[in-house]
Ligand binder design. Structure first.
Ligand code: SF4
Length: 348
């Protein structure tokens, strides 16, 4: 196949979206944007990106940020391990590299939360280092371009595709080339529905287009079934606020705050008073069921049975605190898994 980069780059220079991390592609900006965009659409991530940078304009500021503030800045994006890893990496960058990411692929790849793709994006876009940055968009484009039915979730297939990606990369413009491929995948060779081949600068070369197979590519392994878990959530309110507790430092939603909940059980209204009493919560004046809710993580689905509970004034049980609505807005982060309950509390 002839080299795709001239046609691809021409298209990119005319059609790329104007994005703040493209206008000012410093290593920190590219790093932050790539981490945010891992699970979030560009349009949804942009306000978070602007707000995050306004609060933490450089890597030393990120390294020094207090945990609750950091979680608040990430609130709504989900997958909080991403921001914890960002900070861990920022601290290493401050200790080892004077607060600036080094122009060194291996050193960047070794930082927490940075995989091949993110390291490749930072190095190629910010430092002009000729390395690949192969994400799902790029794999889709190459799968179609070569009409290759290889299963892209297979590491060996990804490696072979990466070799092809590099065969076309112009040494003078690795960052633009990598971004152009991602942009083509995001805007033209789209993941859901038919690709917009009539707008594609690679249409003349595309083997899937010629074969009429584009819609069936790329091939992916069937996703694993999610584990279903039942929970009971109680929004317990006293004159001092709502009862919340910080989750453990490790595991799902690590370090974030949650309302009172019992994992592994869908509790009936009859069972609830005894469960509350067992925790030392007394003086229940009202307990009412609220609609069931669910939250889907990548590998688990929570099915939540909920109650609102009103109690008399009392100290919080050990390990819990009463938080006012204002504190829940500004200080403590309840993750999106509890969105239905946050809505009920008027927090979203
Ligand atoms: S011609 Fe169509 S299928 Fe082929 S790369 Fe372009 S948009 Fe994708």
């Amino acid at each position: 196949m002839e080299n795709i980069s001239p046609a691809l780059l021409n298209w990119f220079y005319e059609n790329q979206r104007v994005l703040p991390f493209r206008t000012d592609p410093s290593p920190y900006h590219v790093w932050l944007s790539e981490i945010m965009l891992q699970q979030t659409r560009v349009s949804a991530a942009l306000p978070y990106y602007e707000r995050f940078l306004a609060a933490l304009p450089d890597i030393p500021a990120l390294a020094a940020c207090e945990e609750e503030k950091l979680n608040k800045l990430w609130e709504g994006l989900g997958y909080y391990s991403r921001v914890r890893n960002l900070q861990k990496a920022a601290r290493i960058v401050c200790e080892q590299y004077g607060g600036e990411l080094p122009a060194d692929y291996d050193a960047i790849r070794a930082l927490p939360g940075i995989g091949d793709y993110t390291a490749g994006a930072i190095c190629s876009i910010s430092f002009g280092i000729p390395v690949p940055a192969v994400d799902g968009n790029v794999l889709r484009v190459f799968s179609r371009l070569y009409n290759d039915p290889g299963v892209i979730t297979d590491p060996a297939v990804k490696k072979a595709f990466t070799v092809r990606v590099m065969e076309h990369q112009p040494p003078a413009a690795p960052g633009d080339y990598n971004q152009a491929l991602m942009e083509l995948g995001a805007l033209v060779c789209v993941p859901n529905g038919a690709p917009l081949c009539e707008q594609c600068p690679l249409a003349r070369l595309c083997q899937a287009r010629a074969a009429g197979t584009a819609l069936s590519l790329p091939q992916k392994a069937a996703p694993k079934a999610r584990k279903l878990e039942d929970l009971t959530v109680a929004l317990v309110e006293s004159p001092a606020g709502f009862l919340i507790q910080q989750r453990p430092e490790k595991g799902l939603l690590a370090g974030l705050w949650q309302p009172l909940l019992w994992e592994g059980a869908a509790m009936t209204a009859e069972q609830l008073p005894a469960a509350l009493t067992a925790l030392g919560i007394h003086g229940i004046t009202e307990a009412k069921p609220i609609p069931k809710a669910k939250h889907i993580f990548s590998h688990i689905e929570w099915r939540m049975t909920g109650y609102t509970v009103t109690v008399e004034a009392q100290p919080a049980p050990d390990g819990w605190i009463w938080a006012t609505r204002e504190q829940l807005q500004t200080e403590y982060t309840l993750p999106g898994a509890f969105k239905a309950y946050k809505k009920r509390l008027g927090l979203v």
